[in-house]
Design a protein around this ligand. Structure first.
Ligand code: AMP
Ligand code: ZN
Length: 138
């Protein structure tokens, strides 16, 4: 896509600290890292988010993410990692080209996990699970 920042990085038209590249994927440092070493992994082909990706791409994507995540973990001496996809603006997505965030975490980094909100009743949980189960067959 012409005006997509990540397509431009994939085409080497914009600068980036590229840490991995193959024919279909590229990984580079996030310019505004949650912690140093925060890395983004993207398929080169443009799709807006994970839900739009062809299955064929997804089959190859996870091994690349794992490969990059191991290198990030070791290079940053992280105690752990968050690997996340933000999907759509409500979930914090601001760049609409699929990307996995690999975020190094340290025991003392002061970041908090998002808070949980328990279901009011077990019935509420069951109804939602039913709704999801129904759509699994679509
Ligand atoms: P998201 O909120 O999931 O869409 O994340 C987009 C991420 O892209 C943010 O963490 C930004 O800091 C990062 N970002 C934006 N522009 C660039 C760029 N030119 N190079 C590297 N990372 C970028
Ligand atoms: Zn793109």
């Amino acid at each position: 896509m012409d005006d997509c920042i990540f397509c431009k990085i994939a085409r080497h038209e914009l600068p980036a600290e590229i840490v991995y590249e193959d024919a279909a994927f590229i990984a580079f440092l996030d310019i505004n890292p949650v912690n140093p070493g925060h890395t983004l992994v993207i398929p080169k082909e443009h799709h807006a988010n994970l839900l739009e990706e062809p299955e064929e791409t997804l089959r190859d994507f996870l091994p690349v993410i794992q490969h990059v995540a191991r290198a990030v973990e070791q290079a940053t001496q992280a105690d752990g990692l968050n690997v996340t996809f933000n999907i759509k603006p409500a979930a914090g997505q601001v760049i609409f080209h699929t990307h996995a965030h690999i975020i190094p975490r340290h025991a003392d980094d002061g970041l908090r996990h998002w808070p949980g909100k328990p279901y009011a009743t077990q019935e509420d949980a069951r109804k939602l699970a039913d709704a999801i189960r129904e759509r699994m067959n679509e």
